[in-house]
Design a protein around this ligand. Sequence first.
Ligand SMILES: CC(C)(COP(=O)(O)OP(=O)(O)OC[C@H]1O[C@@H](n2cnc3c(N)ncnc32)[C@H](O)[C@@H]1OP(=O)(O)O)[C@@H](O)C(=O)NCCC(=O)NCCS
Length: 260
Amino acid sequence: MSMSASTPAAAPSLPAGSLETAPGPGLKLHELLTPMDPASPFFLYLLERQFPANEQVWCSEILRLLQKRSQGDEADNHLFVAYDPDRGPQGAGSTEGIEPVAMSWLEIYPDPNIEAAALWYLAVAPGAEGKFGYGTILMAELVNRAFKEGCRLMTIEVERADITASHVADVAERQQRLSQIEKRNRFYVNRFGAKHLTGVRYVQEISGKNPVEMALLILLDTKRPSLSPEEVLTRCQALFGEEALQSVGPIGLSSELPRH
Ligand SMILES: CC(C)(COP(=O)(O)OP(=O)(O)OC[C@H]1O[C@@H](n2cnc3c(N)ncnc32)[C@H](O)[C@@H]1OP(=O)(O)O)[C@@H](O)C(=O)NCCC(=O)NCCS
C-alpha cells in the first residue's frame, strides 16, 4: 500500500512493539495513554487540520484527558492513531519510523441506561481521503470494538448542510464544505448503515466556543434486539443531556442522507 498524505514535518516514531492491534489489512492501531506519546502531536494535528474550528475540542482538554489516562482514569475514552505499516522509511512491515495516517476518539458509555459509544472524531491525513480506504478500515474496527464492549449503538455528530450553507459567506469555501458534508454522510450512511435521528434538535457545546447545531447519525448493533427510535432518543439524551438533545417532532431513524 502506498500513499501521498502530507503529515507533520516530524512524524512520530514509535518504539518497536508498541503497535497494539491490527484493525485490518494495511493498518495498525495505537492507543494514546499519555500526553508524552510520540503520536500525540499527530492526533492534535489532524484534529486542527480536518475539523472546523468550532467543532474542535481544545488541545489543552486532550492533554488533560491523556494525563488522566496515564494515571489510570478515563478508561472509557479511547484516543487512537492508526499507522500504515507498508509506508515508512524502514519499509514494509516495519514498526519503527512508520507514518501515522489517521486518528479517532471513541468514548464508551457502559451505563445500562445508555450502552452507547460516541464517535467524537475520526479523520484520515489530508491527501489520503478517499484513496486508501483508511477511514473504512478504522471505522469498521471502532464499530467492532464498541459492539464487542456491549454498546447497542454508536452516535456520530455530523455537520448540517443547511447551517453551513447559511453561515459560510465565501462561495468557494461553502461549495467545498457542502461537498465534504455530502461525502461524509455517504461514508457513514451508505458504507456503515448509519441512520439519521430525525425529529430532534442537537446542539454541540464545546466550552468557550460558539454552540453549533449538528445532525446525529446512529449506528445500531443489528445483532442485538432492535431499539425503537424513542428508545434511541432516551439513551442519547442520557448521553448528551436533555438540553443538548431535544425532541422537536416525530422521532425517526431514517436511512436517507441527512437533509434539513
Ligand atoms: C470521512 C473520512 C474519515 C473517510 O475516510 P477515507 O479514508 O477518506 O474514506 P475511504 O477511502 O475509506 O472511503 C471512501 C468514502 O469515504 C467518503 N468520504 C468522506 N470524505 C471524503 C473525502 N474527503 N474524500 C473522499 N471520500 C470521502 C466517501 O463516501 C467515499 O465513498 P465513495 O467513494 O463511494 O464516494 C475522511 O475522508 C476524513 O478524514 N475526512 C475529513 C474529516 C472528517 O470529515 N471526518 C468525519 C467527521 S464526522
